[in-house]
Design a protein around this ligand. Structure first.
Ligand SMILES: [Zn+2]
Length: 471
């Protein structure tokens, strides 16, 4: 049984798919006006593990992710600049070039983090027609009104507006009013109302704009995700994911749009990933200018998958504090695991106890199926690696099996080379052992240990492994 924590009901619920054997899930992707920061990437790693968990359980997953290449404004109140056009201005490129450049960079980051390619990756600018059709439906049903700067959604008309937040329409309006940082369009009827279609400014031409029944302009950010998710997954689908910052506005508005247009329940399970923080209450954010990219980690000598490992050490619903110290520890753990796999692989045995393997697999499955308890899953991996009751063959099979979900490439060839001097010392020690000169053999072993090389005497001869010091 798979249990997932659903934001809407605020509890763990048993997962029941709409169609047997299939999971349809939509994940909000990146706004491509800059590099993804590692806080964004934490969310995509969580979603990838979610997908892999379903696949491990034998489900076919239809994973749709969007790329927001237009319409995401710098302010949630539908004012401010379009982030992509702002990026264009900043870098002296066209908006289209900016979107293409950062989409490519995003895809590269995903690949480096071993995030499986979404079944469908869709760009907002390729789906303007679908968005206009959906807005027309909302207009026909009386949910919209015109202002000077665009066509808006009247949130007071949607009876259950705000239900994802657990607040009523009134409570949500009051909360937003109290927290409003910017002036909003005075023609808006409610502070929670949002733009479905924004008009291009009268005095200047936007780089990205389209004709619509309401005037030349561009779509609002929220309508993009609703139109694309429904196009590829249907009007009612299993799972919608994103970061927790999407709950009060973006996903709340998506529900309002979809359910008003179709009259059906939009999504069965809402899953949200917690923030990566830099300290108490300090969220990593591009707007705050305090963000770290994956490339920064790589430039500092880290394997991108060490960051993936770090993310797996915290539950996706808990904040994760980023520190380079933690990165170092994650890097060491990953290296140690790979080194262990290398040794196992070099000393495989032919006997396998199927019952023992099944016991560990079950433990692992229970952990991942319990709302993705990845810290527990990792501890089971370590238990296997360190086990005295399992032989190398059994360990190796289990590690490869678990890695289908962990995605850490544990079986990758680690290039650890011995120096000529170290090779000579190992030979010398073998010679001493043959001559039963245990004192010399032990001295050499100790000397190598100080250099980070551990020797193990097996019935197939001596094997070595490198331990990674934390310095
Ligand atoms: Zn979205």
């Amino acid at each position: 049984m798979i249990k997932l924590f659903d934001t809407f009901t605020r509890k763990k619920r048993k997962f029941v798919p709409i169609e047997k054997g299939k999971v349809r899930m939509y994940c909000c992707g990146l706004t491509v006006y800059n590099y993804a920061h590692i806080g964004n990437l934490r969310t995509y790693i969580f979603e990838d593990v979610l997908r892999r968990m379903f696949e491990y359980n034998g489900f076919q997953v239809i994973h749709v992710m969007n790329v927001t290449d237009v319409g995401h404004l710098t302010s949630d109140a539908d004012t401010g600049e379009d982030k992509v056009e702002m990026g264009a201005k900043r870098e002296g490129k066209t908006a289209w070039e900016i979107a293409e450049f950062y989409t490519k960079a995003f895809l590269l980051d995903m690949e480096r983090l071993n995030i499986l390619k979404p079944t469908i990756l869709c760009k907002a600018t390729d789906h303007i027609k679908e968005m206009i059709e959906l807005i027309k439906k909302l207009e026909e049903k009386g949910y919209t009104y015109l202002t000077d700067d665009g066509l808006y959604y009247d949130t007071s008309k949607f009876k259950e507006y705000g239900k994802l937040t657990g607040m009523t329409f009134k409570e949500l309006n009051e909360k937003l009013k109290a927290g409003a940082r910017v002036e909003f369009n005075p023609q808006k009827r409610n502070i929670t109302d949002f733009a479905l279609w924004k008009f291009s400014p009268k005095d200047k031409k936007r780089q990205m704009e389209w004709d619509s029944p309401w005037g030349v302009g561009f779509p609002g950010w929220h309508i993009e995700c609703t139109a694309m998710s429904m196009k590829y997954l249907g009007e009612h689908f299993d799972i919608h994911c994103g970061g927790i910052d999407h709950i009060p506005i973006h996903h709340t508005n998506e529900i309002a749009q979809a359910e008003a247009a179709t009259g059906k329940k939009f999504v069965n399970y809402w899953l949200h990933g917690a923030f990566l923080v830099l300290g108490p209450g300090i969220k990593m954010a591009k707007s705050a200018g305090n963000f770290i990219t994956l490339q920064t980690l790589i430039d500092n000598g880290y394997d991108p998958l060490a960051y993936r490992y770090l993310c797996l050490t915290a539950h996706y619903r808990s904040e994760l504090k980023f520190e380079f110290e933690n990165m170092k520890a994650a890097m060491n753990s990953l290296s140690t695991l790979r080194e262990n796999v290398r040794i196992m692989k070099g000393n495989l045995e032919s006997k396998v106890n199927k019952r023992k393997i099944a016991k560990y697999k079950k433990e692992f499955l229970n952990a991942i199926n319990d709302d993705l308890n990845m810290p527990l899953a990792l501890s089971i991996l370590w238990k296997v690696v360190r086990s005295k009751e399992l032989n190398n063959q059994e360990k190796y099979e289990l590690v490869l099996d678990f890695d289908r979900v962990l995605g850490l490439n544990l079986d990758v060839e680690v290039k650890v080379e011995l120096t000529e001097e170290q090779k000579r010392l190992i030979e010398e020690r073998e010679k001493a052992r043959k001559e039963k000169d245990w004192k010399t053999a032990d001295e050499i072993r100790e000397k190598l240990r100080k250099q980070g090389i551990i020797l193990e005497d097996t019935d197939k001869g001596v094997v070595w492994k490198k331990i990674h010091s934390s310095s």
